[in-house]
Design a protein around this ligand. Sequence first.
Ligand code: HEM
Length: 220
Amino acid sequence: MLRTLWGSTIGKKAVMAVSGLMMLIYLLVHMFGNLKVFFGPAEMNGYAHWLRTFGSPVLHYEWFLWVARVVLLAAVVLHGVSAYQLSRRDIAARPVKYRRRRTDYATRTMRWGGIILALFIVWHVLDLTTGTVNPRGQAGHPYENIVAGFQNWYANAIYIVAMLAVGLHIRHGFWSAAQTLGVTRPGAARLLKATATVLAVVITAGFLSVPIGVMTGVVK
Ligand code: HEM
């Protein structure tokens, strides 16, 4: 049954919708967690520590974090692979003379947005998880790493572009997911479109507030 589902277009769209919703929930939690930066180093770094000791003593140090990482990585891979395969099918299904035609605005935004976000996640992990590209990169000190990282103009530029891509991706993706999962009533559709916009704006603004906070000296 799983193989049939994965082989079908609707099955791949359902995989995209469910993995997308999982990442959306993660992003909301992550965005709210990041706002702790406005309450000082003790609060932010204490939160990072709590993430590593969550579930103790049943769970060992960082086990919860690793489970979350594996689930999130699976969601990213499934989302990316099904997006790629669906776009290949879409091109193959077009009549020959339309194959090279430009795709519509929403589809292009989603494809480019997805690529930008995939590249951003690699940069972001090297910046604030491993500390490799962060000027400070001190384990257990996300507050200090964030402040040090956003001193560079290019770090701010990378994050700002990525946050705008996140917003556009969520707005269109949430709405597509709702359609895939069968929302067709006009009232429900309007409500979901509005929800998609509100979610996109809240998440983008929440994330953007961190580099803006550092740039303006509110966070230092
Ligand atoms: C200004 C915006 C952002 C800031 C300041 C920020 C900050 C951070 C920090 C400090 C960590 C490390 C947490 C820790 O190790 O305790 C982290 C991890 C992470 N962030 Fe962000 N983040 C931002 C935006 C994003 C966005 C937009 C995404 C996804 C598209 C994202 C995805 C992740 C992931 C997947 C991890 C976990 C990496 C791992 O531990 O394996 N972040 N972020």
